[in-house]
Design a protein around this ligand. Structure first.
Ligand code: HEM
Length: 447
């Protein structure tokens, strides 16, 4: 970054040739756009369609760390406000600080070390379910979302409850789909129609049945956990509510936020890591060597912390296939980016995927090469590598996610070989909140 450099402004005419390219192949074209037009681009399209796109590590540092107090993601998450309430994802200021302090210890290494056994047990149980009828082909995104949801609930809420996993997945899917841009427009239209024709039945229920159901599930979990034994995190939240330092509603909101943020991301990371093992088998031997050194056992926390090749593999997978591909913010006051001033209320996007594939940073970004995470090679790249974000709003669950990904990856490699399925159609990618495949990631599992 040179502080004097201004953002390149792209109006409709200049942006138009990019549009079909971005729609056809959004992720590689994001990188091409940054390479051609620079790491700081202001898309000046329609009055309501303006966006500052950052694909430059130094400007990312500026926004996420140096000037973080000028930016918010609260309004961006407004469509999900009924779901997320005032939990960590949307809260700000004193409430965010209080809840962050209360929740953070649940993701400390001291706490995570208690989950090692459970992580292996759950992996075993879900792998058995998916291979029950001698099935050798596994759609790994759907496998890993069930496994990771189950682990989230059993490590953070209560370990002894049988959870309605399918129902929770379905509810979350419906709630997120209903917050999409098109659905919000439909809701707006339906409200407009009702305001001029008062007799018209609501086309859109303000409260979604899926959200009502998920609320009920949360209430049931809290009641059951009180009778049995709540996990460390839920116990902390319930105690704070009993003492009156937080509201009862806050407990519900934080549980919803963990369901929103705490499993789909890690599930995508695990699925793409397994895919990477199958797609780039030549990069696997260093991991297999570390696995072999355990002589058939699973690693304990000290052993895992020394398994650097396994960590590099997962880190490279998070670089190549980042589950969260961009961070969005709204500016709370006019903010200068060099000569360019982003107005108050202006939208910005830090392109994680773009920065993870910049040739100027990585040299060979399209190569899957875990060794690039060797400390001497990685040095100086920390703001070009943002799978978990950065600054004060960095992912609170990062330590748990990293342990889960590495342990599950090792366990699944120990159980068998993972190869690309012969009938895997060309992989198409969704540009939802999480970067997933549209048509599933099928792998052949050979025990
Ligand atoms: C590989 C897995 C994961 C990835 C890639 C990931 C990614 C991220 C990213 C990029 C952010 C920052 C968003 C922003 O700045 O706008 C974030 C925030 C957050 N993540 Fe994660 N996450 C993962 C796993 C988890 C887990 C396991 C949990 C909890 C169990 C979790 C809970 C949260 C929460 C609560 C926040 C909001 C933190 C705050 O604003 O203070 N995440 N995550």
């Amino acid at each position: 970054m040179t502080n004097e450099q201004a953002a390149k402004v792209l109006g409709i005419r200049k942006f138009l040739p990019w549009l079909p390219r971005l729609l056809r192949n959004p992720f590689p074209e994001m990188v091409a756009l940054a390479e051609q037009e620079g790491g700081l681009i202001y898309l000046d399209l329609l009055p309501s369609q303006r966006l500052l796109v950052i694909t430059d590590p130094e400007w990312a540092r500026y926004l996420l760390k140096d000037q973080h107090q000028n930016f918010s993601r609260r309004t961006i998450l407004n469509p999900l406000s009924d779901f997320l309430g005032e939990g960590l994802f949307r809260s700000e200021g004193a409430l965010w600080q209080q809840m962050h302090t209360l929740i953070k210890p649940a993701f400390h290494d001291r706490q995570i070390q208690h989950y090692y056994e459970l992580i292996t047990q759950e992996a075993d149980s879900w792998l058995n379910q998916f291979t029950e009828k001698g099935n050798k082909e596994i759609e790994v995104e759907s496998f890993s979302s069930r496994l990771l949801l189950s682990l989230l609930l059993k490590t953070q809420f209560c370990a002894t409850i049988e959870y309605p996993i399918e129902e929770i997945l379905q509810c979350q899917l419906e709630i997120i789909a209903s917050s999409s841009y098109i659905q919000l427009k439909k809701r707006w239209l339906s409200n407009q129609l009702r305001s001029i024709t008062p007799g018209l039945k609501p086309i859109w229920r303000p409260q979604l049945p899926a959200l009502d159901r998920l609320d009920q599930i949360i209430t049931d979990i809290r009641a059951r956990a009180k009778k049995e034994q709540p996990c460390f995190l839920l116990a902390q939240l319930e105690e704070a509510a009993t003492q009156g330092t937080i509201t009862d509603r806050q407990v519900r909101d934080e549980m919803m936020n963990l369901i929103f943020a705490g499993f789909d991301t890690t599930a995508a990371a695990l699925a793409w890591t397994l895919y990477a093992a199958a797609r780039y088998p030549e990069t696997l031997p260093p991991v297999m060597k570390e696995l072999a050194s355990l002589e058939g056992n699973m690693p304990n926390p000290t052993e895992l912390s020394k398994m650097t090749e396994t960590r590099f593999f997962v880190q490279e997978s998070l670089r190549m296939f980042p589950p969260i591909w961009a961070l969005f913010r709204v500016s709370l006051q006019p903010t200068h980016f060099g000569n360019f001033q982003l107005p108050q209320g202006g939208y910005s996007m830090v392109s994680i995927y773009g920065m993870h594939h910049l040739p100027s940073v990585w040299g060979d970004p399209w190569e899957f090469r875990p060794s690039r995470f060797q400390p001497e090679e990685f040095r100086g790249k920390s703001f070009a590598y943002l799978p978990f974000g950065h600054g004060p709003r960095i992912c609170i669950g990062k330590p748990l996610a990293m342990v889960e990904c590495q342990l599950l990856f090792l366990y699944l490699l120990k159980k068998g070989n993972w190869k690309l399925a012969e009938n895997q159609p060309p992989i198409k990618i969704e540009t939802g909140i999480i970067r997933k495949s549209k048509n599933g990631l099928k792998l052949r599992y050979e025990p």
